[in-house]
Structures are given as structure tokens and as C-alpha cells.
Write a new protein. Structure first.
Length: 121
């Protein structure tokens, strides 16, 4: 048996861009849970509140969870430069086009098999 620990996903938004996404393994799942556990708990607490400040803080935590998830699961971005530099997962999150960030995040989540509840958090 031959197993590839990554999968290539072509962008539907930007032809020529390819995301190299890590496949899920036992240890990678544990690593992801460790990365987002504290943030997800805080977000859930803030989402339960009624005040606008708490809702804004919850949205900020959701954005941080998404950034962590992308950087955790996206190994490489091919065919994209940002400000003249070959894109990395970190650069895509920091300065790349948001629509490509969202598309790459969706590819990571799909490969990781995240449930609807996990995706929400």
C-alpha cells in the first residue's frame, strides 16, 4: 500500500493555483484539537452573551480559529505570488486575497472531515 499524506486541490477561483492540503491522521487530529480547544471554548462563552462587544470578540476568535486551521492543514500554495513573493500558508492568511483564503480553508476542512459543529467552532 502506498499512502500520500497530502492531497493537491486545484483552485476553482484562480486557475493555476493549487493548494497542497495535509490529510488527517490520528496525531494531526490531536494537534488540531490542541490548537483550537481554548479558542473554541472562549468563543462559545462569548457567543452565549448578549452584548455587542462579546459578539465582536467571538467573531475575532472565530477568525483566529480559521487562521489556525488553515496554517495547520495547508502545506503549500502553488501558483500564487503575493507582493512578488511566492505564497505560503502564512502569507496567504496575512496578505493574500480573502476569497483564496476561504477556498483553501474549505479544502482543509473537507480533507480533515470536520463536522458541521467543528466547522462552526
Amino acid at each position: 500500500m502506498t499512502y500520500e499524506s497530502v492531497r493537491e486541490v486545484g483552485s476553482e477561483i484562480a486557475p493555476g493555483v493549487t493548494y497542497v492540503v495535509a490529510r488527517m491522521s490520528f496525531v494531526r487530529r490531536v494537534e488540531l484539537m490542541r490548537r483550537v480547544r481554548a479558542l473554541a471554548g472562549k468563543k462559545e462563552f462569548l457567543d452565549a452573551g448578549e452584548d455587542a462587544g462579546g459578539k465582536m470578540d467571538g467573531a475575532l476568535l472565530q477568525a483566529e480559529i480559521e487562521r489556525n486551521c488553515l496554517i495547520w492543514g495547508l502545506r503549500e500554495v502553488r501558483g500564487l505570488t503575493v507582493d512578488g513573493v511566492a505564497a505560503t500558508p502564512e502569507l496567504l492568511a496575512e496578505a493574500g486575497p480573502e476569497n483564496l483564503f476561504r477556498e483553501a480553508l474549505a479544502a482543509v476542512r473537507a480533507e480533515a472531515g470536520l463536522s458541521a459543529a467543528e466547522r462552526k467552532n
